[in-house]
Design a protein around this ligand. Structure first.
Ligand SMILES: Cc1cc2nc3c(=O)[nH]c(=O)nc-3n(C[C@H](O)[C@H](O)[C@H](O)COP(=O)(O)O)c2cc1C
Length: 193
């Protein structure tokens, strides 16, 4: 199996912040939708974080495809000052199930920033330890952007199975109810005849 390239970059958004009702910028939603449509075609996985007008993104996959994807992303006018923070080979992808995981700015990210001594999210100032801590947080964090296109090779990991089991349980209960009804009716007919 060829080595996987992990590429992490920081950039500055060029669009103004507009706090939307769901807490996710409309422009970021569009980027997620495009990523989740395109990345599975090239076998790319990864995670995206947006906060305080900055992006932090991790792309993982076959080296040439990752570089081509970054070249395309670099040309995107929704951000500027794209700076690669890390480029390394991996044996296994860290975001294997996610075509583009998105962890919203939340308390745990704020706590991490406090530990870093940052009031604002500024990935340009991240050293290696901070990049590691941020990637850990993205790996462990919850993606709440379920409505924003299919997010992974398996829709949203963790959600698909409980949903399917609930549907199966429902069908099972209805079947049991019908069988009990038929037995009850037959018993009534036998007793009353
Ligand atoms: C911060 C940022 C991250 C992005 N990440 C991805 C990505 O992971 N995959 C992708 O295909 N496009 C990504 N895009 C969008 C691309 O720059 C480009 O607009 C898109 O791939 C074009 O897709 P289309 O040809 O299907 O319209 C990103 C854009 C920005 C600004």
């Amino acid at each position: 199996m060829p080595a996987i390239l992990q590429l992490v970059y920081a950039s500055r958004a060029t669009f103004p912040e507009t706090a939307s009702s769901q807490g996710i910028e409309p422009e970021v939603s569009r980027i997620l939708m495009q990523s989740r449509q395109n990345n599975p075609r090239g076998g790319i996985v990864g995670a995206l974080y947006y906060g305080d007008g900055h992006f932090f993104q991790c792309l993982e996959g076959e080296p040439d495809t990752v570089r081509e994807t970054l070249d395309r992303i670099r040309r995107d006018e929704r951000h500027e000052e794209v700076r690669v923070l890390r480029e390394q080979s991996l044996d296994d992808p860290g975001f294997g199930e996610w075509s583009m995981k998105y962890v919203p700015a939340a308390v745990d990210v704020r706590q991490l920033l406090q530990r870093f001594g940052q009031r604002q999210f500024d990935p340009f100032a991240f050293d290696n330890d901070r990049i590691d801590a941020m990637l850990d947080l993205l790996r462990q964090g919850r993606d709440t952007t379920h409505g924003v296109a299919a997010s992974s090779t398996a829709s949203n990991p963790g959600d698909a199975t409980p949903g399917a089991s609930r549907a199966l349980l429902g069908v099972g209960l209805v079947t049991v109810a019908i069988v009990l009804g038929v037995i009850g009716a037959a018993t009534y007919l036998l007793v009353t005849s």
